[in-house]
Design a protein around this ligand. Structure first.
Ligand SMILES: Nc1ncnc2c1ncn2[C@@H]1O[C@H](COP(=O)(O)OP(=O)(O)OP(=O)(O)O)[C@@H](O)[C@H]1O
Length: 301
């Protein structure tokens, strides 16, 4: 069965915006989720991520949220680059273009580089949330799939469909990350809502035994955060940040700023800042370059 986007998003195809007239060349498909199709595109020398929406209302609401935060003086500034419609066969499809973020999921990152990186990634993610919260928004649907980790644990959030103004009802969520699912609070856009999801996200990425699988099938009355304490007990990193996790899961932080301070006090002794990391390969590269330089001098002198 062919899907509606297969032709339009074939590598090499051109996507022409109906109103703004910009033309994008498709490099490859990045993903197709429940809310849209995302492709890596090129325009001139720039590479961008282009998302076309299935559901016009949801897609428009995502663009509105993204536009609002793109206008703030934060690291999200200018994240949204273009918004337009394209014609696919007989259909008009809305799309928007955003910064392209190269990287991987937090799970893949820590699998490759080690679980200690959670201290750095957590710090960077909390900083992002603090920025959003300071500007009056809640991310809403914080989960492993909605963030990209790159380089030295840099974090970028993607998929802004859940971004909600503070005080409103949460509009998009994923069950295990939602405090309502665990009977731990209302589905209201508060800073503590994102902090709960933040704690689940970290636990889920440290969970080596897939304890989360099957949790969605449990009955609401039997759901208990105690089920997650096993992960904390068997994992050294989770155990180290346990006081933070307990506070976040129990709604004891009112603001992300407060959570950020507490987090910093817990992880600051870990010396996992990008500059102080134990990176033997850096030392090896440095030693190798000295050796090659010495050998070259010896041979040619
Ligand atoms: N700005 C971006 N830069 C790089 N890759 C991106 C970007 N935005 C999205 N992606 C990729 O495209 C995939 C799908 O994006 P997105 O999560 O926005 O779609 P969705 O339809 O809302 O998905 P879901 O059903 O998970 O909510 C992501 O998993 C990610 O790999």
């Amino acid at each position: 069965m062919t899907t509606w986007y297969e032709d339009a998003f074939r590598p090499g195809s051109e996507i022409r915006g109906k109103w703004n007239g910009r033309v994008y060349m498709v490099e490859r498909l990045l993903g197709a989720g429940s809310n849209g199709v995302v492709a890596l595109v090129r325009r001139g020398t720039g590479r961008f991520a282009l998302k076309a929406g299935h559901e016009t209302v949801d897609h428009q609401s995502e663009i509105n949220s993204l536009l609002a935060i793109s206008l703030t003086e934060t690291s999200f500034k200018n994240f949204l680059i273009d918004a337009d419609d394209m014609t696919v066969g007989e259909k008009e499809v809305s799309f928007y273009v955003m910064r392209y973020i190269e990287g991987m999921t937090i799970s893949d990152f820590i699998h490759k580089r080690g679980q200690d990186w959670v201290y750095v990634i957590g710090t960077n993610l909390l900083r992002k949330l603090t920025e959003l919260h300071r500007n009056g928004y809640i991310f809403g649907d914080l989960k492993i799939e909605n963030m990209i980790v790159s380089n030295y644990g840099d974090v970028d959030l993607i998929d802004f469909g859940g971004v909600t103004s503070k005080g409103r009802a949460i509009k998009q969520l994923t069950e295990v990350y939602d405090r309502g699912f665990w009977n731990k609070g209302e589905r209201i856009a508060e800073e503590s809502y994102d902090l709960f999801s933040f704690a689940i996200l970290l636990l889920k990425s440290l969970d080596q035994r897939n304890r989360f699988t099957g949790l969605t099938q449990t009955l609401p009355q039997t759901r208990d955060l105690e089920q997650l304490t096993a992960i904390i007990r068997e994992n050294a990193v989770a155990a180290h940040i346990a006081p933070f996790l307990h506070k976040a899961l129990n709604g004891e932080f009112h603001t992300s700023q407060e959570a950020y301070q507490y987090w910093r006090s817990l992880v600051s002794g870990k010396k996992i800042g990008p500059m102080t990391l134990k990176m033997p390969w850096l030392k090896i590269c440095f030693a190798a370059s000295i050796f090659i330089f010495g050998a070259t001098v010896y041979i040619y002198w």
